[in-house]
Design a binder for this molecule. Structure first.
Ligand code: MTE
Ligand code: MO
Length: 201
């Protein structure tokens, strides 16, 4: 489905559904914090965003360079596989499409591994990664992303369960083989569509 735009904001298509809460999910009003291990406190002065793997030439961006990339705004809902759904999130950050202007992808690249600090990974197909509502978020509802939620930059993949949305992103890798990410290798579904309840494998 194609995303609509309203006043410069990309509207994630699932927010237009009549029934916005997927099966066996319940609505929450406050944003929970959930992750394996401890909160990472990343220092923007030393943080980098690396684009590597099957690209013609790898690139490493500093925090300043990353923040200078074109920004997008996205409206989306969040669905965590543990059962909570948080509606109407306004995100601002760097759209996944901006990556295409930074590197030339190799012809064999089929999947994207998004890396989070401390060895976390999340795996997406190219198609899921390059949807128009996917972004590396810097702010949520007008406030900077906090360390608990993945500062300085966290991924947001609105159409899949939230475990795909890596916090404390440090880079993205293009690969040929379908390798499981952190949660997929711990029993979560390879894909993660909340509407068909692709919860566990
Ligand atoms: N780096 C990292 N990112 C992660 C996780 C994690 O364990 N480590 N957990 C995922 C899961 S399971 C969920 S539900 C969301 C929770 O994000 P939140 O704490 O901002 O709500 O982060 C995702 N991203
Ligand atoms: Mo989760």
């Amino acid at each position: 489905m194609k995303e609509e735009q309203a006043g410069g904001t990309v509207i994630s298509p699932d927010t237009k559904r009549k029934q916005r809460v997927p099966p066996n999910q319940r609505k929450v009003e406050d944003w929970p914090v959930l992750h394996a291990g401890s909160v990472r406190n990343l220092d923007p002065a030393t943080w980098t965003f690396k684009i590597f793997g099957l690209v013609e030439k790898e690139r490493t961006l500093t925090h300043k360079e990353f923040m200078a990339l074109p920004k997008v705004k996205v409206l989306s809902d969040i669905h965590c596989v543990t059962g909570w759904t948080l509606l109407d999130n306004s995100w601002e950050g760097v759209g996944s499409g901006a990556i295409k202007d930074l590197v030339k992808l190799g012809p064999k690249a089929k999947f994207v591994i998004v890396h989070g600090a401390g060895g976390f990974t999340t795996k997406l197909t190219m198609e899921d990664f390059f949807q128009g509502d996917v972004l590396f978020a810097i702010s949520h509802n007008g406030k900077q992303i906090t360390p608990e939620h993945g500062a300085p930059v966290r991924l947001v993949v609105p159409r899949l369960y939230f475990w795909k949305s890596a916090k404390w992103v440090t880079g993205i890798e293009f690969v040929e083989e379908d390798e499981p990410g952190f949660w997929e290798s711990r029993g979560y579904h390879n894909h993660g569509d909340p509407w068909t309840e692709e919860r566990y494998s």
